[in-house]
Ligand binder design. Structure first.
Ligand SMILES: C[S@@+](CC[C@H](N)C(=O)[O-])C[C@H]1O[C@@H](n2cnc3c(N)ncnc32)[C@H](O)[C@@H]1O
Length: 272
């Protein structure tokens, strides 16, 4: 159904979000494929019987909510799904909230590093994958999740209940900068999963840590100089807050574009 030279442009991989009952495929189409998008979408749906809708990426992630333009190419216009991952359930609509199924192993790694009994803060919590993953793995941990996008927050509240962790995960809607103006709490661990911009909130995050608390700081970094800027930002902010800093781990998390990486620095923040 497609000319030979166009066939080469058909994407070989794409994200599928959802369950065996109903899923959505999110596809990046090359410009040359524009007039064939629906042929490709129908083929995807016939190969993956659970895919009920095919969405085409129309922009990079943008704005404060880190969502992207997505256009329905074929299938059901209702793109809300129930995604299953490592024993957790996440209800979400990729058109209105951030979610990446590719980050499941990162969520597992972070959840594995949490110690039972900890009080954890997840800033920029989205629909709740980190908080829920942590709370399901550690029956004695409590988690606070703070999210700015009201739709993502609402899904987070629903997902907390779907996963039976309502007593240990508290979801707060708001800007972390404003939420923590009035919230007088400290945490054993703070996660900052907003690579584009988490650094602007380090001055809030560091004072929220208990003596010896751990921060997981995400940042974008160029391939030829992966950790320097993130380390400088952390060191400078800890210094300004009158706190110490010991780097525990430097991690290349995933590649964003040919020369840009998402990295993570784990650091321990003691009192001086
Ligand atoms: C990269 S997404 C990560 C979401 C989630 N942690 C996940 O892994 O799926 C970052 C999230 O931070 C939220 N956000 C951006 N600025 C924020 C702020 N100042 N306070 C609270 N949440 C914010 C966005 O709405 C978005 O949902």
């Amino acid at each position: 159904m497609l000319p030979e030279e166009i066939l080469e442009k058909v994407p070989r991989s794409f994200d599928i979000i959802g369950s065996k009952q109903k899923a959505v495929a999110i596809v990046e189409f090359a410009e040359e494929l524009e007039e064939y998008e629906s042929v490709v979408a129908e083929a995807i749906m016939s190969l993956h019987r659970n895919v009920a809708s095919v969405l085409a990426k129309k922009s990079a992630r943008n704005g404060e909510f880190r969502t992207r333009g997505l256009r329905l190419v074929a299938g059901d216009p209702d793109t809300e799904v129930l995604h299953k991952e490592s024993g957790c359930l996440f209800r979400l609509d990729p058109k209105t909230v951030y979610f990446s199924p590719r980050e499941s192993s990162e969520r597992e790694r972070i959840a594995a590093s949490v110690v039972d009994g900890e009080r954890v803060l997840v800033m920029f919590s989205g629909i709740g994958p980190f908080p829920i993953c942590i709370a399901r793995r550690h029956r004695n941990a409590t988690v606070t999740a703070v999210e700015l996008n009201p739709r993502a927050h609402n899904y987070c509240v629903e997902n907390i209940h779907l996963n039976g962790v309502g007593e240990r995960v508290e979801a707060i809607l708001g800007d972390v900068r404003i939420v923590f103006r009035d919230l007088d709490k400290t945490y054993d661990r703070v996660l900052m999963p907003l690579p584009k911009g988490a650094y602007m909130y380090l001055d809030i995050a560091i004072p929220l840590l208990k003596d010896g608390g751990i921060i997981h700081f995400y940042h974008w970094a160029p391939e030829d100089d992966l950790f320097r800027e993130a380390e400088e930002l952390l060191t400078q902010t800890a210094l300004e807050a009158g706190r110490g800093l010991e780097i525990l781990k430097r991690v290349k998390v995933s590649q964003y574009s040919p020369r840009l990486w998402k990295i993570r620095i784990d650091a321990m923040i003691p009192y001086k």
